[in-house]
Design a binder for this molecule. Structure first.
Ligand SMILES: *[C@@H]1O[C@H](CO)[C@@H](O)[C@H](O)[C@H]1NC(C)=O
Ligand SMILES: *[C@@H]1O[C@H](CO)[C@@H](O)[C@H](O)[C@H]1NC(C)=O
Ligand SMILES: *[C@@H]1O[C@H](CO)[C@@H](O)[C@H](O)[C@H]1NC(C)=O
Ligand SMILES: *[C@@H]1O[C@H](CO)[C@@H](O)[C@H](O)[C@H]1NC(C)=O
Ligand SMILES: CC(=O)N[C@H]1CO[C@H](CO)[C@@H](O)[C@@H]1O
Length: 475
């Protein structure tokens, strides 16, 4: 291929992520991976048209990239979609699958862009998740190769492997297409870090809600929930917390029954479920589903805890398909979780990035019982002694918000509690955008709002300020 073609493709690509169009669509297997809890099947199910392809491909991957003597391999699953590829020189869009099973290439906004730019779409599954686990038994000992660093090396090896596959397909040797990486949330961080660590393997990166800053005591998370909720709803949520705390304190475990959570014997696990349930409304752009009934109940004097329980049962569990059992530390101890990501993500939290969503000292929305101790106890109880998140080492290794890469675009949703772990300040080499509207949550730039339940081809008119989401920031 001519060098001129590559350069042209590269400069056109530089424009791609600047089009913060309404992207809309599918969480889960797409560019967006759900934070916590990770996506489980249910939400979109097998809605027709959800995927461009679900045909599995496999490559042999190195288990430990940092040992010169350990030559063990495992099978890594990936997907490819070449229908839009302008052969042979069109770019390759690498969509990084994050902390969940990766079930195909979604027919989402990235697909729209791939069509526009004549790009090939490829998507490898993250090691350990889904069907790409090196071990059947996920003991703590066997989890030691689960880290963002190993995952980034997987991506580098995959990138080279797939380039050769493409070259073979097109009868070329030594050719190099332009590669652009995409990701959202944790995979958004991976997307930024991949460009940082392997700048010769990619010409640019989109880090949608990319959580590049590992945070030990992540109090800003809860603070953002309060801000996103607004004064009335925040007060109602705080009252729910006070009431539930009070009932637990006086030994009234029956409050757990209201939430279908009798199995959560540990009060901390139960309170975490409630905190997550509230957070998710803002994280995924559905504030009214939570706030309207709560504020109304507060006004008309009906039972607030019952109103909140209805939201948790109907929405968080019913619509969003959250798993109550996944909050149970005994469940997280299970080392044979058939394709369940909860234990795996907690391992990454407990060993590398923390993001402990602790209650701030003052004015917290969640129960004060969700503190640093709760998280450390969970890590110890689930994984044993010696698993500890060395957050300062993680940030030293990647740079945190001082990441010194280039051609990485950061985008945050204004209501998303995760935005405080993303890049703070925009710069020429690392432009950062804040997409502001009342229901702009996690990965809004590539998913639209609200994101749950999501519908294929989504609709930016459901964003409170479609113009903010549709803003064409190309200059
Ligand atoms: C690649 O080369 C083989 C053998 O020379 C030939 O049969 C095939 O058609 C070629 N494929 C392409 C895409 O050019
Ligand atoms: C996190 O919070 C705990 C409890 O307030 C405190 O003891 C600890 O020093 C904090 N750690 C960091 C790194 O901020
Ligand atoms: C009070 O508000 C709750 C929550 O929206 C609602 O379910 C209930 O019907 C209301 N009760 C009255 C008496 O208006
Ligand atoms: C605690 O939060 C309240 C409500 O936001 C605020 O008015 C108060 O000043 C805060 N107190 C401290 C000690 O920060
Ligand atoms: C915490 C936060 O909101 N981070 C940043 C997201 O991006 C915008 C735009 O650059 C920044 O202003 C925010 O500080």
């Amino acid at each position: 291929m001519g060098a001129g073609t590559t350069a042209a493709a590269t400069s056109r690509l530089a424009v791609v992520p600047l089009l913060l169009l309404p992207l809309l669509l599918a969480r889960g297997a797409g560019a967006v991976s759900l934070w916590r809890p990770p996506p489980e099947a249910g939400l979109l199910g097998s809605a027709p048209g959800r995927f461009l392809t679900q045909e599995e491909h496999w490559m042999s991957q190195t288990l430990d990239h940092f040992s010169p003597t350990d030559h063990r391999q495992f099978k890594q699953r990936y997907y490819e979609f070449l229908d839009y590829h302008r052969a042979p020189n069109g770019p390759v869009f690498l969509n990084i699958c994050g902390e969940a099973s990766c079930s195909g290439i979604s027919n989402n906004y990235l697909a729209v862009m791939a069509k526009k730019f004549g790009a090939a779409l490829v998507s490898p599954e993250h090691r350990y998740y889904g069907k790409s686990s090196p071990f059947e038994d996920l003991t703590t000992e066997n989890l030691r190769f689960l880290s963002s660093k190993q995952a980034l090396s997987d991506l580098a090896v995959f990138r080279q492997y797939y380039q050769e596959t493409l070259n073979a397909k097109y009868n070329r040797s030594g050719a190099d297409n332009s590669w652009f990486v995409f990701g959202g949330s944790y995979s958004g961080a991976l997307s930024a870090w991949f460009r940082l660590k392997f700048p010769h393997l990619t010409c640019g990166s989109l880090a949608s809600s990319g959580v590049v800053l590992a945070v030990y005591n992540f109090t800003d998370f809860d603070k953002q929930i309060g801000e996103s909720a607004g004064p009335e709803c925040k007060e109602a949520l705080q009252e729910v917390t006070r009431l539930v705390d009070g009932q637990l304190q006086s030994g009234h475990n029956s409050v757990k029954e209201l939430f279908g959570a009798k199995m959560l014997e540990n009060d901390g696990d139960f309170l975490y479920l409630l905190a997550d349930a509230a957070a998710i409304a803002f994280q995924y752009g559905n504030p009214d589903v939570l706030c309207s009934p709560l504020v109304e109940a507060k006004k008309n004097g009906t039972d607030l805890v019952e109103a909140f329980a209805r939201y948790v049962n109907d929405y968080y569990v019913g619509t969003f398909r959250a798993s109550v059992a996944s909050y149970d530390q005994n469940y997280l101890k299970n080392t044979t979780p058939a394709e369940s990501s909860y234990r795996l993500w907690w391992y990454q939290v407990c060993s590398e990035v923390a993001y402990f969503q602790v209650a701030p000292k003052n004015d917290s929305v969640r129960s004060a019982k969700i503190d640093t101790r709760y998280h450390l106890d969970l890590c110890k109880n689930v994984f044993g002694e010696g698993v500890y998140p060395d957050v300062s080492m993680t940030n030293l290794y990647y740079g945190g918000t001082r990441i010194a890469g280039s051609k990485i675009v950061f985008a945050n949703g204004s209501q998303d509690p995760w935005r405080h772990a993303s890049k703070q300040k925009s710069s020429e080499e690392l432009p950062s955008y804040l997409i502001e509207c009342s229901n702009c949550g996690h990965c809004t730039d590539i998913s639209g709002c609200p994101q749950a339940p999501s519908n294929i081809g989504g609709d930016s008119s459901k964003c409170s300020s479609p113009e903010a989401v549709n803003k064409d920031t190309t200059r």
